[in-house]
Write a new protein. Structure first.
Lengths: 114, 112
């Protein structure tokens, strides 16, 4: 499976600021996704990052709050804008596997908003 | 949209015993059902998956069964070991979307 990295691995941010999380894959992948995992909870899909076009957001998530870029087939960014303590979570990217069904996750970014 | 329920939320077993985790899904268009294992502080790891054209799949001590009629699928772990202790998540994906909808997770503890 692809090697997936995320930057930063963790950060502590002040309320009202923004943080951009990067996801890098060592090979070209068709599908990239962004998930949120709140403390002790399951994974919730934020959006599908589409190469060369706008991301597709799930219900409850909006572009103004979570802008996403996907400039090529190996890289994507997720920005968490105007942060509040409720945004404290682990943010994970995932990529579609070779069969186009399997998904593999990056190591995650642990965000704490104070 | 798709909804995935998972039971139990916690499961404690003695080493060597079997563990079973069950999930139900709501959308009959779902056709792919992976299971992930997440150890504390680590990323979710794909451990086994099944597609809707198959009823059962086995990989060493792990097996997954699927009942499409009842919209149930289950993870079976035999001869459990302490290193199986983790949170396990089931998920469902609707054909042609690639989006995964996750269950709420099961914390499995295996006592030596």
């Amino acid at each position: 499976s692809a090697v997936i990295s995320q930057k930063p691995s963790r950060d502590i941010c002040q309320r009202g600021t923004s943080l951009t999380i990067q996801c890098q894959v060592d090979s070209q992948v068709t599908m990239m996704f962004w998930y949120r995992q709140q403390p002790g909870q399951s994974l919730t899909l934020i959006a599908t990052a589409n190469q060369g076009s706008e991301a597709t957001y799930e219900s409850g998530f909006v572009i103004d709050k979570f802008p996403i870029s996907r400039p090529n087939l190996t890289f994507s960014t997720l920005t968490v804008s105007n942060m509040s303590p409720e945004d404290s979570s682990i943010y994970l990217c995932s990529v579609g596997g070779s069969s186009s069904y399997e998904q593999y996750f990056g190591p995650g970014t642990r965000l704490t908003v104070t | 949209g798709e909804n995935v329920e998972q039971h139990p939320s916690t499961l404690s077993v003695q080493e060597g015993d079997s563990a079973v985790i069950k999930c139900t899904y709501s959308d009959s268009a779902s056709n792919y059902f992976p299971w992930y294992k997440q150890e504390l502080g680590k990323r979710p790891q794909l451990i086994i998956d099944i597609r809707s054209n198959v009823g059962e799949k086995k990989d060493q001590r792990i097996a997954v069964t699927l009942n499409k009629t009842a919209k149930h699928f289950s993870l079976h772990i035999t001869e459990t070991q302490p290193e199986d202790s983790a949170v396990y998540f089931c998920a469902a994906s609707i054909w042609n979307t690639d989006k995964l909808i996750f269950g709420t997770g099961t914390r499995l503890q295996v006592f030596p």
